[in-house]
Design a binder for this molecule. Structure first.
Ligand code: IMP
Length: 207
């Protein structure tokens, strides 16, 4: 039995304003008033975990320790089955480009190409199945934690298709569909995404 979440202030342990807005809108109907770790000026902890759950817990614990409030964090990534789940927790790292167009930043086309290159090494019959994972962690000031894991199964396509979404969306075709996550309306993606799956589990457990 999960611990219930009482209405009130909740820290979203993220410095990404888009993510904070999206999560805030989902939680508002349950009486949760969200504030981000960024707005509170909390430092971003180093994500040293080797699983999504470890990294989500590191961020959630830092959020509650820095604020004295309950904190919610997420960690997500793309896992390719035949690559042993890579890039997995290193999904964002695979896009790090320090000499990219004159400055550091994230190059998602390069990252998608890296994944495709590894599949190509395995030959034309390589298993192209993959899934997006999203883990949500809640941490309370007394040390209690809850973790919820969501998934969206699918397969990788090449070349990339579509201009919507972000990250690896242009190469990910969800199971039972023909269009990539970057070719469908964001509302359609959000209905079947790994994040939606994890949030549905969280909502059911804590409210
Ligand atoms: P983080 O959870 O913010 O650390 O991000 C992990 C990385 O996984 C992101 O930078 C994205 O590249 C990738 N990722 C997570 N969710 C999605 C998604 O829905 N579409 C495409 N890429 C995603």
């Amino acid at each position: 039995m999960s611990r219930k979440l009482d209405p009130g202030k909740l820290v979203i342990a993220s410095h990404n304003p888009g993510k904070v807005r999206e999560i805030g809108a989902l939680l508002a109907p349950h009486g949760m008033d969200v504030i981000s770790a960024g707005e509170l000026g909390l430092p971003e902890p180093e994500e040293t975990g080797t699983t999504f759950a470890e990294n989500a817990l590191i961020k959630a614990r830092a959020g509650t320790e820095g604020s004295g409030l309950v904190a919610l964090a997420d960690d997500s990534g793309l896992c390719v089955n035949t690559l042993g789940g890579a890039p997995g927790v290193y999904t964002a790292d695979w896009a790090e480009a320090d000499a990219y167009e004159g400055g550091p930043g994230r190059d998602w086309y390069m990252a998608m190409g890296k994944v495709e290159g590894k599949l190509a090494e395995l030959g034309p019959d390589a298993d192209r199945s993959a899934y997006f994972a999203c883990t949500l962690a809640l941490a309370w000031p007394d040390g209690h934690t809850e973790v919820f894991e969501g998934r969206a199964n699918g397969a990788l396509t090449w070349p990339p298709r579509g201009k919507l979404g972000f990250g690896y969306d242009p190469v990910f075709v969800p199971a039972g569909r023909n269009l990539t996550f970057a070719e469908v309306d964001p509302a359609e993606k959000h209905a079947i995404s790994h994040r939606a799956d994890a949030f549905a589990k969280l909502m059911k457990a804590v409210f």
